[in-house]
Design a binder for this molecule. Structure first.
Ligand code: HEM
Length: 206
């Protein structure tokens, strides 16, 4: 009883975080980039295509995560899962290429730049392998690579948890930001590897 109660709370928190961060990311649609994202507004004027592809489409990938993990939807409505999967892949492809360009041109220094760039490359690669596996009918391999892709998508959530926490500790912003460009995704990927290794049906598919 207690365990299933905790599971339900965990699910609600997960949905709220994914949908909440996605919705808040679209704040620039309401009040513009200069007002709502002042620290990255220079990207919008220097490289608008990369910037808007990223901040406009990455939230779609994040918002789709809880739907794609929802077993009831996956099992009972396969065509919906496939359609949302294609939408997820397209959002990752375009926003990932945009994110890669933002990473390579950020003024936040080489540590942040390399952390975000590697995240973008791994995001694109894991998603491509996951989708290719589904298209070739290897569903076990598809699951493994989509767990990795989703762990990287969730970097958007962990980053937005760690940033305010780092401010609470009084850490210098530039140092914290550079560290968080790595810390927002490396532990996520380790958790994904743990989840894969813990389930024999998944680890056999690697
Ligand atoms: C997983 C791969 C991702 C990479 C490599 C990436 C990379 C970046 C980079 C480099 C910037 C500019 C930061 C700067 O120059 O200081 C940025 C900003 C931004 N990204 Fe991503 N990002 C990723 C995922 C996401 C996701 C899934 C979302 C969805 C919510 C997202 C939403 C945003 C938003 C809204 C901004 C504007 C700044 C902000 O509000 O914090 N990103 N991203």
């Amino acid at each position: 009883m207690l365990v299933s109660g905790l599971g339900a709370v965990r699910n609600v928190v997960f949905w709220v975080l994914c949908l909440g961060v996605a919705l808040v990311s679209w704040r620039f649609l309401v009040a513009g980039v200069d007002l709502t994202m002042p620290t990255v507004a220079y990207h919008a004027s220097l490289r608008p295509i990369a910037f808007y592809a990223h901040v406009g489409l990455a939230p779609i990938a994040l918002a789709l995560v809880p739907f794609q993990l929802w077993r009831g939807l996956r099992d009972r409505h396969r065509p919906v899962h496939r359609l949302l999967g294609r939408l997820y892949a397209a959002a990752v492809l375009l926003s990932g290429l945009g994110g890669l360009w933002l990473a390579l041109t950020t003024t936040s220094g080489p540590v942040a730049s390399s952390g975000f760039a590697l995240l973008a490359l791994l995001w694109l690669a894991t998603t491509a392998i996951g989708i290719q596996s589904a298209m070739s009918g290897d569903l076990a391999r598809h699951r493994v690579w989509m767990i990795r892709s989703i762990a990287l998508t969730l970097a958007a959530v962990t980053l937005r948890i760690y940033l305010p926490l780092s401010m609470l500790t009084g850490m210098d912003f530039d140092t914290a930001y550079a560290a968080i460009a790595w810390v927002c995704w490396v532990p996520n990927l380790l958790v994904a590897e743990y989840l894969v290794a813990r389930r024999p049906s998944l680890s056999a598919a690697q």
